[in-house]
Design a binder for this molecule. Structure first.
Ligand code: NAD
Ligand code: MG
Length: 391
């Protein structure tokens, strides 16, 4: 008789689903699961179109469910899944189908872009812990996500390093005692670049982040500092704090991942090397701490950690996002949807780096109104924005 590993050790393996498994966050999550195979098991893997990567991952991790949006009819993954009793779902609704039938303990939403909202909404109520890397879903559908969270017991653990830091700083604290959050940002590759040369910024320069190794879209977002604008909204939505309680500060070393200030004048910060695996592991282990071989900080060397206020002239999106959040309505969702599109156009070299934020601003001006959006209205607005931006 074959005894399942979980029965042998008398504790259940946590079943993990990874949505966006072939990306920067998804791959790091798989390496963490490998390191903790005595307690974590890959149950479901979903990707957009990286069929070769998925095939290798399926052979290595033996998930029960596999989803892919696009795959060639004769790809060996299809035969492998059918021979090995693995349920393979193909097509744009593959992830949703898996969410419906799988019984996940922990689900990681590591899809990139506002399209991740459907996965976030689908997972709430369907898993115990939602490890959320896809910040865009909170930006584009903040109210919808909040409403759904209020009606279900699923717990959200942020994967974004700043929000993981704030989450950890708030453990054991009363929310009423929180005075301020300091959301740190490195300033990206163009923190000190001469503004007169912004016209000639190339894709290669924009995706070359000084501290973090990440996917292409978030790397460009870091270069415009849209990433910090998205994170500012993400913090408001996750921690239910007032916009004027969150201050963005530049911290070029990316060691302090964020800080909180309490009413008594005391501060807490969470520190670590700029390595996303720390925050991913923390979320996948449901907030438990376990040994890791991730890089350590050394406090015996001479250290200097710098902090600067934001230069709004260099990074105008950080001014605009505050204005749009104050004005409310559909402005913040438009910002995220338009950003997904124009960053894609920049990466395809169809527009210049300096066109990114003005195009988003124009799109917000064109479509802004004061109504909040249902899921259906959001889908309709997305198609209108795609059409407006020439997709
Ligand atoms: P990435 O581009 O490296 O990977 C994206 C993943 O999403 C891929 O697996 C791709 O197959 C999948 N995907 C894309 N479109 C999809 C679709 N329509 N349906 C299903 N799957 C789809 O992205 P990333 O850098 O890993 O970032 C993922 C998310 O995590 C983003 O929201 C990003 O802002 C956030 N995040 C990333 C980092 C980082 O270090 N990379 C840090 C903090 C937060
Ligand atoms: Mg971050």
């Amino acid at each position: 008789m074959r005894i399942a590993k979980e029965e042998l050790f008398n504790f259940p393996l946590k079943k993990i689903g990874i949505f966006g498994a072939s990306g920067s966050i998804g791959k790091q999550a798989l390496s963490i699961i490998k390191d903790h195979s005595n307690e974590l098991k890959v149950e479901a893997l979903c990707v957009n179109s990286s069929s070769d990567f998925l095939y290798e991952a399926v052979k290595e991790f033996h998930p029960r469910y596999v989803g892919i949006n696009f795959i060639k009819d004769n790809h060996p993954l299809i035969r492998y899944c059918s021979l090995n009793n693995i349920q393979l779902f193909i097509g744009k609704d593959s992830a949703s189908k898996i969410i419906e039938i799988s019984n996940l303990n922990i689900a990681l939403n590591a899809i990139v872009g506002s399209i991740g909202l459907d996965i976030t909404l689908g997972l709430i109520g369907r898993c115990e812990i939602l490890a959320l890397a896809n910040k865009e879903s909170l930006v584009v559908g903040g109210g919808l996500v909040q409403e759904s969270m209020n009606n279900h017991s699923t717990k959200l653990i942020p994967v974004d390093s700043e929000h993981s830091a704030i989450y950890q700083c708030m453990l054991g604290e009363k929310t009423d005692n929180l005075q301020k959050v300091y959301l740190t940002g490195s300033g990206g590759p163009f923190l000190t670049r001469n503004l007169k040369t912004f016209n000639s910024i190339t894709v290669e320069e924009a995706v070359n982040h000084p501290n973090w190794s990440m996917g292409q879209k978030i790397s460009v977002d870091s270069a415009t500092m849209m990433n910090k604008a998205l994170e500012w909204i993400e913090a408001i939505r996750i921690f239910q704090i007032k916009p004027d309680q969150i201050e963005i500060i530049i911290h070029p070393e990316s060691i302090i991942h964020s800080m909180v200030e309490f009413v008594d004048g005391s501060y807490k910060a969470q520190l670590g090397s700029p390595d996303m695996r720390v925050a991913i592991q923390y979320a996948l282990l449901g907030g438990e701490r376990k040994n890791s071989s991730f890089p350590r900080l050394s406090f015996t060397e001479q250290l200097s950690y710098n902090f600067f206020p934001v230069d709004y002239n260099r990074f105008p999106i950080l001014f605009l996002v505050k204005q749009w959040e104050k004005e409310g309505g559909n402005r913040i969702p438009i910002m995220s949807i338009a950003n997904d599109i124009v960053v894609g156009q920049f990466l395809k070299r169809e527009i210049r780096f300096v066109d990114i934020i003005p195009k988003i601003e124009k799109t917000v001006e064109k479509f802004a109104n004061n109504s909040s959006l249902t899921k259906e209205e959001l889908a309709k607005l997305t198609s209108q924005i795609q059409h407006y931006l020439g997709v």
